[in-house]
Write a protein that binds this ligand. Structure first.
Ligand code: GLN
Length: 463
């Protein structure tokens, strides 16, 4: 594969240049090295035997890559350059892949459109008036636009799968703990995990296999079990009572169920009444953890510092006021509220109990079904303006994705087709460490997961 020549084409194309609004930072010198056929300088160790030798990839800008910025889409970290590299990225680099850019996101991963980025706006490659989803929207856009074969994102409540669906690519949220979080900037630690976005199942599988595994630098990381769940898929669970889906999503569910039946799967209807409480439980736990995790941004050690003379407390307040966007402030306030003594039992503790009940409900469901098929989001990518969902409606719409984060289970979003010029996607969920079962489930659906290309798409990284 002559990626050097391909990059020349990518850079020469105005169309693709416009799509760079998905990047917060690109490593021009590294791309230039590739263009000059100077693989030694570009990759350090050009070893064609490595599985991803010379393959460029992009990384969401809340994952640390040494010498790249680490903005988290926030003014408070706008000028921060990372002194170290996340373990997940290191493992991919050891396999020969090279980071060429950092991608836009909702500030600190909080949102569903990437429009919550304080730094720039990124558009959906399928329709520039539509959002690319979030919070890993930039990663989804660069993959969908063909600028890189894969990108990393993070998924706390759906942030890999929802933008993957909005932009027509595949997106994996692995089992919690299966990929080291060292170098991932914390938003809600007990829910989040680094995931992969790519244009085909095989790439997702390769990248996941390379990234996963225990890491001394993250004590919550888990080794893969010696005997992971079998890959076999005989029964597929579908959720009863998924009202309120847009017509193209509903149609995709029907068609996918038919295709699964034709491939020999038995469909079982599942009753999961606990799912009604996913959104309140998710936003209680996520904001509680965010209020603790984001307390480190004080202007004292790193990041923005407001010029204030009165004293430390005023300086910290002014820094946070100037550095955080509205959504981040809202979530910190909500988080401190649900953790206040006196309210804790009513909100936080209750949410944790609901979380346990949701996990138990999934455990029981996987006794009946090998995988569960579910929508990712009730709508396709929304168009800015009249078609846009309100911030509150966006949060309610997280009900299908955040359930997997609360339960810690893997979930894999895949494209099923295009309707009204925008992609449609669904997801499979499985028991912990059943990622390969999810890949195989999607492989049973060759007809409903076509390789889609937005207009003007140029798979420039590949000649
Ligand atoms: N929409 C979710 C939120 O706003 C997704 C977050 C995520 O996965 N990072 O919290």
């Amino acid at each position: 594969m002559d990626i050097l020549q391909s990059w020349r084409r990518v850079l020469a194309s105005d169309d693709n240049r416009r799509r760079y609004d998905a990047y917060i930072e690109r490593w021009e010198s590294r791309i230039a090295c590739l263009l000059e056929r100077d693989l030694t300088r570009a990759t350090g160790t050009p070893d064609a035997a490595l599985p991803l030798s010379g393959i460029p990839f992009a990384v969401k800008d809340n994952i640390a890559v040494r010498d790249f910025h680490l903005t988290c889409g926030s003014k408070i970290l706008q000028n921060l350059v990372s002194p170290y590299t996340a373990t997940a990225v290191k493992r991919l680099e050891a396999a020969g892949a090279r980071v060429i850019g950092k991608t836009n996101l909702d500030e600190f991963g909080m949102g569903s459109s990437t429009d919550n980025s304080a730094l720039q706006r990124s558009n959906n490659p399928w329709n520039a008036s539509a959002v690319c989803g979030g919070s890993s929207g930039g990663s989804a856009a660069v993959v969908a636009a063909g600028l890189v074969p894969f990108a990393l994102g993070s998924d706390t409540g759906g942030s890999v799968r929802q933008p993957a669906s909005f932009c027509g690519c595949f997106g994996l949220k692995p089992t919690w703990g299966s990929v080291s979080r060292f170098g991932l900037v914390a938003y809600a630690s007990s829910l989040e995990v680094i995931g992969v976005l790519a244009r085909d199942v095989d790439t997702v599988e390769t990248v996941y296999d390379l990234m996963a595994g225990a890491d001394d630098l993250d004590q919550s990381s888990l080794a893969r079990p010696a005997a992971p769940p079998a890959r076999e898929i005989r029964t597929v669970g579908v959720l009863r009572g998924t009202a309120g889906l847009a017509a193209p999503i509903e149609a995709a569910c029907r068609n996918t169920i038919d295709a699964l039946k034709q491939s020999g799967c038995e469909i079982v209807e599942l009753e999961l009444p606990m799912l009604e409480y996913v959104v309140p439980a998710y936003y209680t736990i996520a904001t509680a953890e965010a209020s603790a995790n984001l307390a480190r941004y004080t202007g004292i050690r790193y990041g923005l510092r407001a010029a204030v003379d009165e004293g430390q407390e005023q300086m910290v307040a002014a820094t946070r006021n100037a550095g955080f966007g509205d959504e981040v402030k809202l979530r910190i306030l909500l988080g401190t509220y649900v953790l206040r003594s006196g309210f804790q039992d009513q909100y936080y503790v209750r949410a944790q109990k609901i979380r346990t009940a949701i996990r138990n409900a999934f455990d029981a469901a996987f006794q009946q079904a090998d995988v569960i098929l579910s929508p990712v989001y009730p709508t396709q990518a929304f168009v800015r303006g009249a078609g846009e969902l309100s911030p509150f409606a966006q949060k309610l719409a997280d009900r299908f994705t955040a359930s997997a984060n609360l339960a810690g289970i893997p979930a894999f979003a895949f494209p099923t087709g295009v309707a009204d010029g925008l992609p449609v996607g669904l997801q499979f969920m499985g028991p912990p460490f059943a990622e390969h079962r999810l890949f195989d489930a999607v492989r049973r659906l060759p007809d409903v997961a076509p390789l889609m290309r937005p207009d003007g798409y140029d798979e420039g990284w590949r000649s």
